[in-house]
Design a protein around this ligand. Structure first.
Ligand SMILES: Cc1cc2nc3c(=O)[nH]c(=O)nc-3n(C[C@H](O)[C@H](O)[C@H](O)COP(=O)(O)O)c2cc1C
Length: 193
């Protein structure tokens, strides 16, 4: 079965991101078509990137937190990035977590679930550029949750029914590409010997 990580992209105490990610996990798990798991950036306590060498250089990591983060991401086949919109972009925490790794992200698929005043769409537009640099293939469909219409008092998650349908479309697209890219990674590694 494909392994899909649902990445909680905010670390703020009282964050909305955790409820959103748990909703994704709950609906995704009911599909029974992959192994879905939460990947909570907050639990890795990543400082602002502090490795001496860029991860693209392929050197061993020097810090325990980098090694733990790498070990969590490497076995996964695809990702659902759950992102808030902070100042018209994604959170610093998610950008930082993406920056920490390079090869662990390569040739894998991603979909996005965003939230914010305007559905978090500006955060996802930025994220698409970032994940492209990491060789992640991002699917077109996106769940864009409105702080006004999918939350009560901007803090209690209560999504409109339509959002679950959109999430299924995102997951359909994601699993298609995740399976294709898993085959691609295997043939690439076989050729490399
Ligand atoms: C630093 C900061 C900047 C924000 N900037 C925006 C923004 O530019 N656009 C927007 O729609 N919402 C913005 N918001 C509102 C967040 O999208 C909203 O508070 C969301 O719940 C944050 O995610 P979190 O609760 O998981 O931390 C901002 C919130 C914070 C904390």
């Amino acid at each position: 079965m494909l392994k899909i990580g649902i990445v909680v992209g905010s670390t703020r105490p009282g964050r909305n991101g955790e409820a959103v990610a748990r909703w994704v996990l709950d609906l995704a798990t009911k599909r029974g078509d992959a192994e879905y798991q939460l990947v909570d950036i907050a639990s890795f306590d990543l400082p602002v990137f502090d490795e001496p060498v860029p991860p693209s250089m392929g050197q061993p990591f020097t810090k325990a937190h980098s090694k733990a983060w790498s070990a969590a991401i490497a076995p996964l086949d695809a990702f659902v990035f759950v992102t808030p919109e902070y100042n018209h972009s994604t959170s610093g925490a998610l950008k930082n977590a993406l920056d920490y790794l390079f090869y662990e992200w390569h040739d894998k698929a991603a979909g996005f679930v965003s939230y914010g005043g305007a559905g978090g769409v500006r955060a996802v537009e930025h994220l698409r550029g970032i994940v492209g640099e990491l060789h992640i293939a991002d699917v077109r469909s996106q769940v864009a949750l409105s702080l006004f219409d999918d939350f009560k008092n901007y803090s209690t998650f209560a999504p409109r029914d339509i959002q679950a349908n959109t999430l299924m479309t995102v997951l359909d697209e994601l699993l298609g590409w995740a399976g294709a890219l898993k085959g691609y990674r295997e043939s690439k590694h076989a050729k490399a010997g």
